[in-house]
Write a protein that binds this ligand. Structure first.
Ligand code: BV8
Length: 253
């Protein structure tokens, strides 16, 4: 049963555990970017998009069936990300990296906000929306080409006659990059503390990383206003926004 942390005050014992951590790892989800104005994956459906299921839009079948709709959905999400900025939670994780260079940041998010907060070496398990690839060859498509063909939804690919431009993200039903997943599993196996930040713990294989960490002796701390599928597994649960909890915890390092 997870130990509940007072919403507005980090547990002194947790601060000691963080201070003593040799290999902290963070598993980040859409909740980390919520305070940056990026709706979480399940909230992402507001207004016009509320009539579509994100699980379908974020899939090869969805793109096959309605490429223009999927392309426009991602263009809409890109516009939210461009208007958004890293929040205090992203900056606190950057600070953790600076104070503990052995920190490993794993994200399910595709918004690139952690990198915009100054972090490098972020493991982007599900890709990054700012990159565009060819739907047939998966080769990168540069911004100049996309601008020249911005009247087409989606633009054609320069790499293949039947190719279309698509976001460089992992859709449901697509495999994750083996190298990235391997690095994330290795980080979970060798960590002594895992911060589980803003994720519902429903999307696999990312959602299995906390149990890998726990099986290898790591202390698990969930930071999320709501309970999730990972709460039972966690040693601590902090029912607080990551934009408040992370600076409060890491600021006391
Ligand atoms: C694969 C990119 C195999 C696209 C995304 C095992 C069991 C069950 C199912 C499966 C399984 N293995 C595979 C599957 C199928 C599937 C899956 O997991 N389905 C589930 C959903 C039923 N997985 C896959 O298809 C994966 N591929 O396994 O391939 C394979 C192998 C070989 C050959 C072929 C295939 C691929 C999964 C990747 C999908 N792509 N993103 C895009 O973004 O458009 S996942 C998508 O969901 C986002 O990346 C998002 O980050 C991610 C996970 O969601 P969360 O981040 O958790 O966000 P969510 O909205 O759910 O929750 C937000 C949380 O934040 C909430 O708890 C909320 O309370 C909290 N919160 C809110 N505000 C705050 C906050 N927390 C803190 N502070 C706040 N302020």
């Amino acid at each position: 049963m997870a130990r509940l942390i007072e919403p507005d005050r980090p547990d002194p014992e947790l601060i000691d555990v963080l201070r003593g951590a040799k290999r902290p790892v963070a598993l980040c989800g859409a909740g980390l970017s919520a305070e940056s104005g990026i709706p979480t994956f399940r909230e992402a459906q507001t207004g016009f998009w509320s009539r579509f299921d994100p699980m379908t839009l974020a899939s090869p079948e969805g793109f096959e069936e309605a490429p223009a709709r999927v392309w426009d959905w991602y263009q809409w999400r890109r516009s939210l990300i461009l208007r958004g900025h890293p929040n205090a939670g992203h900056h606190a994780l950057r600070e953790l990296q600076q104070r503990r260079p052995s920190t490993c940041l794993i994200t399910q998010n595709v918004d690139g906000l952690q990198q915009r907060a100054g972090s490098d070496g972020v493991i982007e398990l599900h890709g990054n929306l700012s990159r565009t690839i060819c739907s047939r060859t998966r080769r990168r498509i540069d911004e100049d080409w996309l601008e020249q063909h911005e009247d087409r939804h989606p633009p054609p690919s320069p790499h293949h006659a039947e190719g279309l431009a698509r976001p460089d993200v992992v859709w449901f039903g697509e495999p994750l990059d083996e190298g990235l997943l391997g690095r994330a599993i290795e980080a979970a196996q060798t960590s002594d503390l895992m911060l589980i930040i803003g994720t519902s713990g429903l999307v696999h294989p990312a959602a299995s990383l906390p149990s890998v960490a726990r099986d290898h002796g790591a202390a698990l701390v969930e930071i999320n206003p709501d309970a999730t599928a990972l709460s039972e597994l966690s040693h601590w649960r902090w029912p607080q926004s990551s934009a408040i909890a992370l600076p409060s915890l890491i600021g006391r390092l």
